[in-house]
Design a protein around this ligand. Structure first.
Ligand SMILES: C[S@@+](CC[C@H](N)C(=O)[O-])C[C@H]1O[C@@H](n2cnc3c(N)ncnc32)[C@H](O)[C@@H]1O
Length: 304
């Protein structure tokens, strides 16, 4: 699963590390709130998975695609399941120097600075403590890690009851191949759960210079408007797929359910859509402009 020349997902964002460090020191409460929100959204995701599976998310073999450096969701599900995580980046699980040297070799200096910086500044520990309080347990377990490209490196076939992913598919050069790969990794009766941060969301540009959520400092929907597009500097590769592109992809799979989340922001966002701005954004409809995340959940037929 190791690509010959892996491309690291994250460009150097030392500024972001230091912003997070300051946040960890002066705004512990903000981190507590952030993690509590994260945990409650994850419980909602878990309910949707259980509804599609027809049983609780317990005792399962699970795979998370693009788990990220902190693996927070994989660790959450690891409480009651066996979780494997695949990511393009090398994700060090110990604190050994060897792990970091591997990370430097495979992911580059930017990724190393960000991850080591987070650990030295105790951001990860602050978040872990916040997770323990949000979930009422410290019984988190790290996933088994694989490094690889979900678009091109074959996943273990027919091995998993659940394949899940959050905020990854919008970064993939070939989501069709990735989804085919994920489908083959499922056992018959297995479920996939894919969450996508929509490109057409007001912060779908992934420019995090101004805030961790990317929702201030730039004009609304700056990346979709010809007059403001040049202000945007995405922090990662984006395939720029729109809601209909995702719907077409998931329509290839049986009985897929779709959930759209605006996190209570849609009324506020609609007030920003002045007639002038609507004219600039005439090629986008309200639904894709106010949706933040789209989720697709489907089940592999038992007879497949
Ligand atoms: C925006 S982060 C999301 C991380 C995590 N899922 C979360 O929501 O916090 C995207 C993750 O996808 C990974 N990724 C990007 N392209 C990938 C690929 N082709 N195969 C596997 N992982 C990939 C990145 O390395 C990164 O960890």
């Amino acid at each position: 699963m190791i690509p010959a020349e892996p491309e690291t997902y994250t460009k150097t964002r030392a500024v972001q590390v230091f912003r997070q460090a300051v946040q960890a020191i002066v705004a512990r409460e903000a981190i507590e709130r952030q993690v509590a929100t994260f945990a409650s959204r994850l419980r909602r995701d878990e309910e949707r998975m259980a509804a599609m599976l027809g049983r609780p998310v317990r005792g399962l073999e699970m795979l998370e695609v693009g788990a990220g450096q902190q693996c927070e969701r994989a660790r959450y599900f690891g409480q009651c399941n066996a979780v494997t995580a695949v990511d393009l980046d090398w994700i060090p699980r110990g604190s050994g120097i060897g792990d970091y040297l591997l990370m430097l070799r495979r992911n580059g200096i930017g990724r190393l600075i960000k991850t080591a910086g987070r650990r030295m500044l105790l951001i990860d520990r602050t978040r872990r403590n916040a997770w323990a309080r949000a979930v009422g347990s410290r019984d988190f377990r790290d996933p088994i890690m694989m490094q690889g490209d979900v678009c091109s490196d074959p996943l273990p076939q027919g091995m998993f009851d659940l394949v899940m992913s959050w905020s990854v598919f919008e970064h993939l050069s070939d989501p069709v191949a990735a989804m085919r790969n994920a489908w083959h990794a499922l056992r018959p009766g297995g479920v996939f759960y894919v969450g996508i941060h929509l490109y057409t969301a007001t912060n779908g540009h992934h420019d995090f210079r101004y805030s961790a959520s990317g929702d201030d400092g730039l004009p609304a929907w700056a990346h979709l408007r010809s007059r403001t597009r040049q202000l945007v500097r995405p922090s990662a590769y984006l395939n720029e797929w729109r809601l209909d592109d995702w719907r077409r992809l998931f329509a290839e799979y049986p009985a897929v359910r779709e959930y759209l989340e605006d996190y209570g922001q849609s009324e506020h966002l609609k007030t920003l859509l002045t007639p002038e701005l609507r004219a600039e954004l005439q090629h986008y409809d309200d639904q894709e402009l106010v949706t933040v995340d789209a989720f697709f959940v489907g089940k592999k037929p038992v007879e497949a």
